[in-house]
Design a protein around this ligand. Structure first.
Ligand code: PLP
Length: 283
């Protein structure tokens, strides 16, 4: 039976409950993280919790301390018997229950929900993408936060699927590439690795940061900046990253092949480096 952590208690998944007055449910007033545990060790746990804390600082509430959340995540893995295999975790922290209206209570009690499930980190399938048919607001205070407001990403992903693609790529109001609906974006041109700068509005992905570190270790030139859509169309190869897909080749964009329309050699090198990082001992 699958067990869910809710505010310090493990509850059966079918009957786990949070308050109907929870602001996460009513208003999207909260944050989440998706994490992967490789044989019981959670990759980038500190980085995920730091990102969550940063998001809470912007929203203006105090989540439980990182040590408590880390212990709760490990406890959820153990309670579900997932310590010896690869698993995914979803950590949701909302501002908690509150009265009617937008203004939160002065002393909110955050709600913490953690779910865990087996996850087979298989070699990810090649992805195809379209440009999302509306713009990403890089100036929004929510840009770069993993809040419970994922409606733009849901609409973008729905548009991608309706167009027969697996991912939607956001452009911001300046017409610069941002990221996928649930992934960061990288591409290769002239032997260098390119990715949109955080100022363009993407989530500061934990996997993105690992890939940048791996690229530095491989002495690959890396360029973070503001790039128009044409840069991706003209790239030699591209890939998407997130905690679940790790690095997934991106082979088509807006109906055109990227490079030869197949996973590229640099993508494969970085995928191999990522795998080595996992097997050699998690950061
Ligand atoms: C919008 C968005 N960008 C990027 C990412 C990648 O983040 P991470 O590598 O931390 O999983 C995600 C993760 O789901 C995401 O939702």
């Amino acid at each position: 039976m699958s067990l869910v952590y809710v505010n310090g208690q493990m509850q059966p998944a079918q009957s786990a409950q949070v308050s109907a007055r929870d602001r996460g449910f009513l208003l999207g007033d909260g944050l989440f993280e998706t994490l992967v545990a490789y044989r019981g060790r959670i990759l980038g746990l500190d980085q995920h919790l730091t990102r969550l804390q940063h998001g809470a600082n912007v929203l203006g509430f105090d989540p439980p301390p990182a040590a408590e959340l880390a212990a709760a995540a490990r406890h959820t893995l153990a309670a579900n018997g997932l310590q010896a295999q690869d698993a995914m975790l979803r950590l949701t922290v909302s501002r908690g229950a509150g009265p009617r209206g937008l203004l939160p209570p002065a002393q909110p009690t955050p709600t913490v929900v953690i779910t865990a499930a087996p996850w087979a980190a298989a070699a990810p399938a090649a992805q195809t993408a379209i440009s999302v048919p509306f713009r990403w607001d890089a100036a929004s205070p929510l840009a770069g936060l993993k809040t419970l407001n994922y409606l733009p990403q849901i609409l973008g992903r729905q548009a991608a699927h309706a167009a027969g693609a697996t991912e939607g790529i956001f452009l911001n109001h300046a017409g610069h590439l941002v990221e996928g609906c649930a992934s960061n974006l990288f591409w290769v041109s002239d032997g260098a690795l390119f990715t949109p700068a955080l100022a363009c509005g993407p989530l500061p992905g934990v996997t993105r940061a690992f890939v940048l570190a791996l690229a530095a270790g491989l002495q690959l030139p890396v360029v973070e900046g503001a790039f128009p859509r044409a840069q991706l169309l003209q790239a030699a190869e591209a890939f998407l990253t997130n905690s679940l897909i790790e690095l997934a080749p991106l082979t088509w964009y807006d109906g055109q092949p990227i490079g030869r329309g197949e996973p590229g050699p640099l993508t494969r090198r970085l995928q191999a480096a990522f795998r080595t990082m996992i097997t050699a001992g998690l950061p």
